[in-house]
Design a binder for this molecule. Structure first.
Ligand code: DQA
Length: 139
């Protein structure tokens, strides 16, 4: 099974950025653990701070991969273009958030993407990504 993880803006700063919210592990460190945990899955990773690049990646993998785990960061709350990209591809997308966005500022309570996704997982720290993978591999 091919699973693509896509992280959006500012998530390259995990482990450095707002540690009380996002924790102190870099995504690369966590990814190595995750790949070790699922040796039978091909888990690939892409991060971009650029909206159009996230859309290009969705188009690139969205007709051949088995699942996409997407943390679009702040674009979650604003991007019609990413919502349209998710609607236009075949691969199921699970929206993920490290923090519990519903406990935070009101502008984080709304997702432009969620209605085009298979489901949403939020608030479990980096373990949110593993839970999303679990949801994609369950038949
Ligand atoms: C986030 C939540 C977003 O509101 C925020 O803009 C992020 C990270 C999360 O993983 O908790 O950049 O997607």
């Amino acid at each position: 099974m091919n699973i693509q993880i896509i992280n959006g803006p500012n998530l390259n700063l995990l482990g450095v950025r707002e540690k009380s919210i996002y924790g102190d592990s870099s995504f690369e460190t966590y990814l190595t653990e995750l790949q070790g945990r699922y040796p039978n899955l091909n888990i690939t990773y892409y991060q971009s701070n650029v909206e159009g690049e996230i859309i290009n990646k969705l188009h690139e993998v969205g007709f051949s991969y088995d699942g996409i785990v997407l943390n679009a960061g702040a674009y979650t709350h604003t991007s019609v273009a990413i919502a349209d990209a998710i609607a236009g591809i075949k691969t199921p997308v699970v929206e993920v958030h490290i923090s519990n966005v519903y406990k935070r500022e009101e502008f984080r309570h709304h997702s432009m993407l969620a209605s085009n996704c298979k489901g949403v997982i939020a608030g479990f720290g980096l373990d949110s990504y593993r839970l999303a993978i679990e949801s994609l591999i369950v038949k």
